[in-house]
Ligand binder design. Structure first.
Ligand code: K7E
Ligand code: CUA
Length: 863
């Protein structure tokens, strides 16, 4: 393999990164120390994403046996979130708060709650075959369930369990306008829930594909209007929906057309031997639009477990179900972006088989069949259905597509490779080794009607020797591959330490627009207002018999109420509302020893419920480090036995200070509060003068600040009342609370002010924008903070402070050491105890920085 990047080019790359010439020496040094090749450095440049910079693409990967979905960014491969789906996830309170418990309980299998899932295939909602970025669907193979994740909140909002299939795999594959979500069976079993001996396999065991109707406007699966197509017990596998010319049709593989049932204990060869005996299995071809019509007339279906199952006969009679032989025990089936061809991974056959939908349709229309299977399903001729077959290597499994027409990437499980090939003229173009044993693979929006290409991601099953060893259970390996040039190149390895992800999908970040906070009082799982929404001042405890409801609020940095007393055996529900409006000010709520936890994001109302079956004192507290007083964000739940007598305790006097000392302390806090208030007033004045309400993001923060500020009046009244009564100690405590509100008001207010300043600032020229970057990357911001004196002086007005300012600043940045004896500079050095170092800046960079400083001055009135 050739790799022609020589030092000068690398130098150019580095120069383009606006590092100074000298840095290439240190780069060489680091490369040597770390044993990096030039190719490694290029790979790093392709994936490295500086602090604060966001990725271009989102990846949503299945979390395998963890039952979760893993979200990460491409190309940085930084993990962003694990979304709890089939499995409880404590951080998000998923499976611990009442709203999410309901979702998990809704996913019970025959009344039994299953707390793990084997998630395989995440897929996006689609419009015209293109990803919309509104929803992600994911299946659980082990316990046949399908989940809906709303990408406004990145939360699971629904899980449905399959009423007739006992094990599914070919799902959730989405039709081009998200009309239906396919969920195909894998391990055949009786539809009914009763016992059936294996001897009745051909009679009573069945495969099938469930078509879950999706109500896009509600964002939920409509179980009533969903149905299943009965299929022979051929062990169906992966599926895909047609699009374009194949719109309305869907395709499902199978691997046991032999209907072999094994039985080592009966002296028979195992499943694996009998299931791979025939040279071919069956590709199922069916028309979901016709099936939808059949589902409206009861003569076409049986109702099993309250669910419509369209019979094989009804589907065959309506010309909606056909079989085509496919090379033995295939795995993946992928419809090309244009919907014209269907690519089937050989698994036990070294070929990819490409079927031509136009040819299939012609055979169907002409009713040209080579026979019927034992269930009466017409079989089409393999050769007449094929566009072609191409030998790719050992164990071809899955395929994804490039932005360039005709280019596909296929994983080879046994060979541990990705093959790039052209499915139009059936030619292999390139291969790259991956580490090791790849299953699915993806390219950006690769399975949609409009793939973007750019990167491929290999989902490797084994990592073996790639990472620091962590015991006999090894992480999986996701490898990022640059596919922009003819030769594929692995540029990043990311261990996935959470289950075995089978598949993933990726999407342009522009298509994902999640909420940053919630509307006050929202139940995030339903999107509606929560019945337990509690605003400031509405906090209370209500009792009805032995049912106790606590309406609690959380705001930096206290929970209200802070003490809750209930009787033993009460049934307690606590509703918690986070009153914050500021982004990322999440509070958590945990009670010690009761297996209770909730995550309460700004605006959210969530509830927890438990039976207080043990007497005692149970501390509760906020579980997110939300502010400097986070540890103080706590309270106690007391569970009393109503039949027991408890001794009486008198509250102990808190303060041992003399009256005079108390008075001094009181005056001090009064002074602090009035000083803090004047800061707030100046911020408020600025915000109001500049019409903050016109800028939604700013308004959100200002509103939040006002919520904090609004609490001051009552608190202050309490302080004054206590002072009047002569309880100075109490007055001090209330004044301290006033100060807490003020600090939080000021905190959010200043954030809003900074935001507004940005909004109001004159637009930056390209040069000043470059200058700002150089200011940061060149190290200036290490000592200088614009608008503020820091380790170095504030640079606002620096161009005006000196005679011939621009020239002076330019010369000073280029060679500061020449000025160390200049009296003004010398005074500065003494004041800051620091000398401006030579940052080895380029002339162009310094000029840009001066443009940036001019922009700062233009906006200095605001800074
Ligand atoms: Cu090939 Cu479930 Cu799609 Cu595993 S599946 S790899
Ligand atoms: Cu709220 Cu910690």
């Amino acid at each position: 393999m050739k790799f022609n990047v020589k030092f000068p080019l690398l130098c150019f790359v580095i120069a383009a990164m606006s590092l100074c010439a000298q840095s290439s020496d240190s780069l060489q040094k680091i490369m040597k120390e770390r044993g990096l090749s030039e190719r490694d450095v290029l790979a790093a440049v392709k994936t490295y994403t500086p602090s604060g910079v966001k990725d271009q693409y989102y990846a949503f990967s299945s979390g395998g046996q963890s039952g979760q979905v893993i979200v990460y960014g491409i190309p940085s491969m930084r993990i962003l979130k694990y979304i709890g789906v089939f499995t409880p996830e404590p951080w998000q309170g998923y499976g611990y708060d009442e709203e999410s418990k309901k979702i998990l309980e809704g996913a019970s299998i025959r009344g039994k709650q299953v707390t793990w899932g084997d998630s395989h295939h995440p897929n996006f909602s689609e419009k015209n075959g293109e990803y919309t970025g509104d929803f992600i669907f994911i299946n659980d193979k082990a316990n046949p369930r399908t989940a809906v994740i709303d990408l406004k909140t990145f939360e699971t909002v629904q899980i449905v369990s399959n009423p007739v299939l006992k094990n599914t795999h070919g799902g959730p594959f989405v039709t081009p306008n998200t009309e239906y979500i396919l969920d195909a069976a894998q391990l055949a079993a009786p539809f009914e829930d009763d016992y059936v001996p294996i001897e009745a396999y051909e009679d009573r065991f069945r495969g099938g594909v469930t078509l879950w109707k999706f109500d896009y406007s509600k964002g939920r699966i409509d179980e009533k209007n969903s149905f299943t197509l009965e299929l022979p017990p051929y062990m169906q596998d992966l599926s895909d929906a047609g699009k374009g010319p194949s719109y309305g049709w869907a395709f499902t593989n199978s691997f046991n057309s032999e209907m072999y049932t094994g039985g080592l204990e009966r002296g028979l060869p195992p499943f694996e031997a009998g299931m791979s005996r025939n040279d071919v299995d069956f590709l199922h071809v069916y028309n979901w639009q016709t099936l939808e019509k059949l589902s409206k007339d009861s003569k076409n279906y049986k109702v099993i477990n309250g669910h419509k199952v369209i019979t094989i006969d009804a589907a065959v009679n309506a010309n909606a179900l056909f079989l085509i032989p496919e090379p033995k025990s295939p795995h993946g089936v992928d419809v090309t972006p244009d919907g014209k061809l269907i690519i089937i991974g050989g698994k036990l056959d070294s070929h990819e088989s490409v079927y031509d939908f136009a040819k299939i349709k012609k055979l169907i229309d002409a009713k040209e069949f080579v026979g019927k299977d034992s269930y009466g399903i017409p079989i089409l001729d393999l050769q007449k259905s094929l566009h072609g077959q191409l030998e790719l290597g050992l164990g071809p499994l899955h395929t994804t597509f490039d932005a360039v027409d005709g280019i596909a990437y296929t994983s080879l499980y046994v060979d541990s490779q990705i093959v790039k090939w052209n499915y139009r003229d059936m030619k292999v173009l390139d291969r790259v080794n991956v580490n090791y044993n790849i299953g699915h693979l993806d390219s950006i929006e690769g399975k949609s009607a409009k793939p973007l290409g750019k990167y491929a991601i290999a989902l490797d099953k084994l990592s073996i020797d790639r990472f620091l060893p962590v015991g006999p259970l090894h992480p999986q390996n996701h490898q990022l591959i640059d596919i922009t040039s003819p030769k594929m190149e692995v540029i990043y390895d990311m261990p996935i330490p959470l289950g075995e992800p089978h598949d993933m999908v990726s999407i342009s970040a522009k298509k994902i627009n999640p909420l940053k906070t919630l509307q006050m009082g929202t139940d995030s799982r339903s999107g509606n207002r929560h019945e337990g929404m509690t605003l400031a001042g509405q906090e209370r405890v209500e009792r009805n018999g032995n049912k106790v409801k606590v309406y609690m609020t959380a705001i930096r940095s206290h929970l209200n109420p802070e003490h809750v007393t209930v009787n033993k055996d009460d049934e307690v529900t606590i509703y918690i509302t986070n009153l914050e409006r500021a982004v990322d000010e999440t509070h958590g709520f945990g009670i010690s020893g009761l297996n209770i936890h909730a995550s309460v994001e700004p605006g959210r109302t969530v509830s927890v419920k438990f039976k207080a079956d043990k007497e005692g004192v149970f501390p509760y507290y906020c579980t997110e480090f939300c502010s400097a007083l986070h540890l103080e964000m706590m309270g106690y739940l007391y569970v009393k036995d109503p039949n027991k007598k408890y001794p009486d305790y008198k509250a102990v006097a808190i303060s041992k200070l003399s009256k005079g000392d108390l008075e001094k302390e009181y005056q001090k806090i009064i002074a602090t509060n009035s000083a803090t208030d004047s800061v707030i007033q100046s911020v408020v004045g600025f915000l109001q003068k500049n019409k903050y309400e016109k800028y939604p993001a700013v308004k959100q923060n200002v509103d939040d600040a006002f919520v904090q500020y609004g609490s001051i009046k009552d608190t202050k009244a309490k302080a004054d009342a206590a002072y009047k009564k002569g309880d100075i100690n109490q007055a001090i405590l209330w004044e301290m609370q006033v100060w807490q509100y003020m600090v939080k008001t000021a905190d959010v207010g200043l954030r809003a002010k900074a935001q507004l300043e940005r909004e109001l600032a004159t637009p930056m020229s390209t040069a000043s924008k470059r200058g700002e970057d150089a200011f940061h990357t060149g190290g200036c911001s290490g000592c200088h903070v614009v608008g503020q004196v820091s380790s170095g002086p504030d640079l606002t007005g620096v161009l005006l402070r000196h005679e011939n300012g621009e020239q002076f600043v330019y010369d000073f940045i280029i060679s500061p050491e020449k000025y160390y004896n200049n009296p003004y500079i010398d005074a500065m050095i003494k004041a800051f105890n620091l000398r401006m170092p030579n940052q080895n800046m380029k002339a162009g960079e310094v000029k840009d920085i001066i443009e940036y400083l001019k922009w700062v001055d233009e906006n200095a009135g605001i800074y």
